[in-house]
Design a protein around this ligand. Structure first.
Ligand SMILES: [Zn+2]
Length: 69
């Protein structure tokens, strides 16, 4: 299970959208958008799935994780 990490457009912080999916599913839905409540600024954001970073448990988003775009 991967977690989708997005960059908050208001604060520039990387946030965990709370949306988790398998990589195969992500590749199928990469044309779609994910809407999530941002824990950094408290607003709702909509991000294209293709802009997501993938974070696995116990790894940092800026580490060796793949960008699916
Ligand atoms: Zn935000």
């Amino acid at each position: 299970m991967e977690h989708l990490i997005f960059v908050c457009p208001a604060t520039g912080r990387e946030i965990d959208s709370g949306v988790g999916s398998e990589i195969g599913t992500l590749l199928r839905i990469r044309q779609q958008n994910v809407r999530a409540l941002c824990p950094a600024c408290g607003a709702w954001h909509t991000w294209p799935v293709r802009d997501a970073f993938l974070a696995k448990a116990a790894s940092h988003p800026l580490g060796a994780d793949a960008h699916i775009a």
